[in-house]
Write a protein that binds this ligand. Sequence first.
Ligand code: CA
Length: 248
Amino acid sequence: MNPPIGTTMTPENETQTESATRDVLVVEDEESLAVGIRDALEHAGFQVDMVHEGVGALERIRRTKPGLIVLDLMLPGMSGLEILAKLREERLKVRVLILTALADEDDLLRGFEMGADDYMKKPFSPRELVARVEAQFRRREMDSEPPQVLELPGDIRVDLHRLEVHRDGQVVPLTPREGDILSYLIKHHDRVVTRDDLLLDVWHYQSANVETRTVDIHIVGLRRKVEPNPSEPTLIQTVRGKGYRWYS
Ligand code: CA
């Protein structure tokens, strides 16, 4: 198991990003449909693997870490939604395109809440599917990974991989949670990050309707470690009534 550091930071994910292979796992119990999808994707230059039930799918994802999963929601063994929940729990970062036969909007919404990136309703044209998969891979390539080592004002250096802050000739350890928060703020430096964003995406709470003071307490702790002057923070800026924003 990986240590619980930022999901964008684990060595596996680095490799995954660098290799950028166009590999797709098709999880669909209807074999003729799965084969049709595989053929269309292979024709478009993707490497495709297939699994026809849920439990095996999860094992395959853990082992091969595909770039994208085409995931049917109704599966024997373990449903598509259960697979999504597991991926999230295990912090396996993989793009997911959901397939659904049902016009069940609740399931779709839950799928998106649990990290799915796109969906297609059956029946669909193979061409449309290929276009959607292409779009996901383009987005994946554009996702900029934050650097592992940050040089901050005040001669402070943060190593997000080792979870260390070097300052004033000392090494101050970051907790995995602090590392996750920092990575998240940096990755989303172009916008205000709300407490709800952090609770949902860093703490992985299903609902943000919980005590948000826990976020503030962590921010205070993080500022003590990375801010040149923690009592007058300039890096992790407070945006009144909204949340926080990374300075860059
Ligand atoms: Ca099915």
